[in-house]
Design a protein around this ligand. Structure first.
Ligand SMILES: CC(C)(COP(=O)(O)OP(=O)(O)OC[C@H]1O[C@@H](n2cnc3c(N)ncnc32)[C@H](O)[C@@H]1OP(=O)(O)O)[C@@H](O)C(=O)NCCC(=O)NCCS
Length: 185
């Protein structure tokens, strides 16, 4: 079982206004919907990542919320997927409310949701479509351009993967399918 998520010693985040992380609950749904609308606008429904999440549902037990002094300020979701017969996750959307940016909430959410998901031992990578400048310092690496096939257009340079397996980025290839697809087909 995953231990409760506390990011730092009790008093420090409160004093410094630093973000902390907790698991999302249904009570966060309205906040997350509004946050994603603010962060991505109406065009979010046309994004290729959205199409992936339409086909394969998010794992709500991996939805995290960032808070500053008890106020929700960020969110991340994970979608279990498989690519080329390997199970893993697609990270996103990741968003921080504009009033709370540049405090480390986004990076904390990305790192923690990845750690928690991979510690379950059921998936071995975390894929995303995002900016190299943001994610590569956190351990994501570019995949082979065009190797992972999405259900819509993506900039292949933005397809990044995180894995403890250093060969993953070179070998992950194929269409995005359901988590566990290799075991049932
Ligand atoms: C991207 C986003 C989640 C970052 O949230 P955040 O809580 O401010 O992130 P952090 O505080 O952990 O990191 C902020 C740092 O990353 C930098 N950064 C933010 N977005 C970046 C990007 N797209 N590329 C490179 N660097 C970026 C900031 O300039 C800042 O740099 P600094 O620490 O040197 O000042 C937030 O800006 C957001 O919600 N954007 C709109 C939605 C979005 O683009 N989501 C990502 C989709 S892949």
């Amino acid at each position: 079982m995953i231990s409760p998520l506390t990011v730092a010693a009790d008093a420090a985040p409160l004093q410094l206004g630093l973000p902390t992380i907790r698991f999302a609950t249904p009570a966060d749904d309205a906040f997350v919907e509004e946050l994603q609308a603010t962060a991505f606008g109406p065009g979010r429904f046309a994004r290729t990542a959205f199409r992936v999440r339409e086909r394969f549902p998010i794992d709500t037990s991996l939805s995290l919320i960032a808070e500053v002094n008890g106020t929700p300020c960020g969110s991340v979701w994970m979608t279990p997927i498989s690519v080329g017969g390997i199970d893993g996750y697609m990270l996103g959307p990741l968003a921080t409310h504009p009033d709370f940016r540049k405090r480390g909430a986004g990076k904390l959410l990305a790192k923690e949701v990845t750690r928690i998901a991979l510690e379950r031992g059921e998936g071995s990578f975390v894929l995303l479509v995002g900016d190299r400048d943001y994610y590569c310092p956190l351990g994501w690496v570019p995949t082979v351009e065009g190797a992972v096939q999405f259900p819509g257009p993506v900039d292949p340079k933005r397809v990044l993967v995180y894995s403890s397996d250093p060969t993953m980025a070179a070998r992950i290839a194929g269409p995005i399918r359901a988590f566990g697809a290799s075991r049932v087909s």
